[in-house]
Design a protein around this ligand. Structure first.
Ligand code: SAT
Ligand code: MN
Length: 580
């Protein structure tokens, strides 16, 4: 027995009996352990070496071509009652789900090593952190979990102290999409994933634990587990305001988290705490405090360049795992938008012949957060950081203004619940279709959205100093299909307006959908932006918004009795104001 925790020892024993591995390895997270895992993966072909002079300790992993994104249609939440999972989740009866998974896992690790991976989501010393153990037969998963979480001996110590952990069982299986399931059993704090080796399907600490299971735990314990990046924005006077922002997968959270201010904004600085997930708690001071439960990034590679995200590019030159990118003649990683070098091999390892993308559109880098030049050790603060602003956003070609502010907490919850975005390559399925994605949690909320909105509303009373809630859209296009807002580093100008709002330094004008800046309120110095374009970006099309809010009303109605009455009231009020 490799642990003093009885429940853990017994579970590992049970899983070994079911899956019948050749050997069991308890991961300690050490460098030695990682080195021997990497060596074994180089031998087996799970990893390939990249140019070690230019990219020391960087490796390439190529997935099975049929296993390159999250599979939402194969992801289930297994609560005893279907209504508790809600229309936002696929549901299966827990006993049926367990029986199905039992069948898949039986004997699946024969001849393989079973890794026991203890991990901690959040700083080891933080009372807000939660631990888990992932059992997996994939050394690639282990190497990623080591970068993405506090993995190994420290986490096991904490599990032995707390006595509590989330159980995650994963096997790569045969990579047969017909035998692939990602199942969540919230009542048992348990996740079971079979048949995929990719990202959020297999790295169970991320979406499965830190969002689906954690959101469910957070509801009963009075906190929030959210799909939000987390940054500190420092203004020239040295004051730092912390901002948490929710966008769907592959909509630029990582770029925003590592933003470098434009030339015109000397003295501003963005500090990176997280790029994907925030856990939020009410502090004794009545403010909302946040930690990033993760310790690394699993970022989208395509589009990452010296122009769009120089910080990301700088951190990817050592100790990084690249998944499904292309390579150049001198064996450097390459993806669309990276540089003018040419790829010679595509994401399937084939000779590249200029047909279609060389890197997969959902190709990724995995890297430890402290390699980011804008990293701040506030990411290790046990109590987290106090939040001044929450930002919701989506990818919308039309209608939705560059920025607006909600009128109060309740209205902010409606703004979050009303979110929609065009789909991206982060999940399998059609790309570019507008879908409702409340709080960017559609694929990740572990329970009924109606109950989730009620939980969000309940913070209105608990927060005596609530953050302001904003909505942004960097993705507006004009009639000829060109982006109207330059985005990337220039987004600081929008953050600047938010912070000035937080400090009470700037007015906003009220509209039915929220509070908007006037043309003179955004600092656009040094920016080549036509006045008419700016005016269009910050105007409200009442007719279009009535249609939008009618669609929102229909969507809220899908949750029936679970939709909070106060949210429906608030929605009716906005609609009435738009009609007036
Ligand atoms: O594959 S992941 O879920 O880890 C990435 C994402 O969808 O954001
Ligand atoms: Mn994400």
């Amino acid at each position: 027995m490799a642990t003093r925790n009885q429940a853990l020892a017994q579970w590992v024993e049970q899983v070994a009996q079911l899956t019948q591995p050749q050997r069991i390895h308890w991961c300690d997270g050490s460098d030695d352990e990682n080195e021997s895992l990497v060596e074994a993966m180089l031998d087996s072909g799970d990893l390939a070496e990249l140019n070690q002079e230019a990219y020391p300790n960087c490796y390439l992993h190529l997935s099975d071509p049929g296993d390159v994104a999250r599979v939402e249609h194969l992801t289930f939440v297994c609560t005893p009652r279907e209504e508790d999972a809600g229309p936002n989740n696929n549901w299966m009866d827990p006993s049926e789900g367990k029986a199905k998974m039992q069948g898949l896992f039986a004997g699946c690790m024969q001849g393989r090593t079973m890794y026991v991976v203890p991990y901690c989501m959040g700083p080891l010393e933080s009372p807000l952190s939660r631990c888990g153990v992932e059992i997996t037969d994939s050394p690639y998963v282990v190497a990623n979990m080591r970068l993405m979480t506090r993995m190994g001996a420290g986490a096991l110590d904490r599990i032995e102290q707390d006595g509590m952990f989330v159980k995650g069982l994963h096997s790569t299986g045969e990579l047969d999409p017909e035998r692939r399931f990602i199942m969540h059993f919230p009542d048992d704090l348990m996740i079971q994933s079979y048949g995929s080796g990719y990202g959020g399907n297999a790295l169970l600490g991320k979406k499965c634990h830190a969002l689906r299971i954690a959101s469910w735990q957070a509801r009963s314990e009075g906190w929030l587990a959210e799909h939000m990046m987390l940054v500190g924005v420092e203004s020239p006077d040295g004051e730092v305001h912390y901002v948490a922002a929710a966008f769907p997968s592959a909509c630029g959270k990582t770029n925003l988290a590592m933003l470098i201010p434009p030339e015109s904004h000397k003295g501003w600085k963005v500090w990176t705490i997280g790029d994907d997930i925030s856990w939020l708690h009410v502090g004794n001071d009545g403010r909302l405090w946040a930690i990033n439960p993760e310790a690394g990034f699993f970022g989208v590679a395509p589009g990452t360049s010296a122009e769009t995200n120089p910080n990301a590019l700088a951190m990817l030159h050592h100790d990084t795992i690249f998944t499904n990118v292309a390579t150049t003649a001198d064996n450097k990683p390459w993806w669309e938008g990276k540089s003018d070098e040419t790829p010679v091999r595509d994401w399937q390892g084939r000779e590249y012949t200029n047909g279609g993308p060389a890197a997969h559109p959902n190709s990724r880098f995995t890297v430890a957060i402290n390699q980011c030049p804008s990293y701040t050790d506030k990411a290790e603060a046990p109590q987290g950081v106090p939040i001044s602003a929450i930002v919701f956003g989506g990818r919308r070609e039309r209608l939705v203004p560059l920025v607006f502010e909600s009128k109060d907490w309740e209205h902010g919850v409606l703004v979050g619940a009303s979110m929609a975005s065009e789909t991206t390559a982060a999940a399998t399925g059609a790309v570019g279709v507008v879908r409702r994605d409340p709080m960017a949690m559609k694929p990740f909320c572990g329970y009924n959205f109606g109950d989730y909105w009620q939980h969000w509303l309940s913070f209105g009373d608990k927060l005596t100093r609530p953050p302001r809630v904003f909505h942004v859209n960097w993705f507006r296009k004009d009639s000829s299909g060109r982006f109207m807002w330059p985005g990337f580093g220039e987004n600081l100008r929008v953050l600047q307006w938010m912070i000035r709002r937080c400090k009470g330094e700037v007015e906003a004008h009220e509209t039915p959908i929220g509070l908007l800046p006037g043309a003179g309120d955004l600092d656009i110095s040094g920016l080549d932006l036509e006045p008419a374009t700016l005016a269009a970006l910050i105007s409200v099309d009442s007719v279009g918004w009535r249609e939008e809010m009618e669609a929102v009303g229909k969507y809220l109605g899908e949750f029936g009795e679970r939709t909070p009455a106060s949210l429906l009231d608030r929605h009716r009020r906005v609609l009435a104001e738009l009609a007036a």
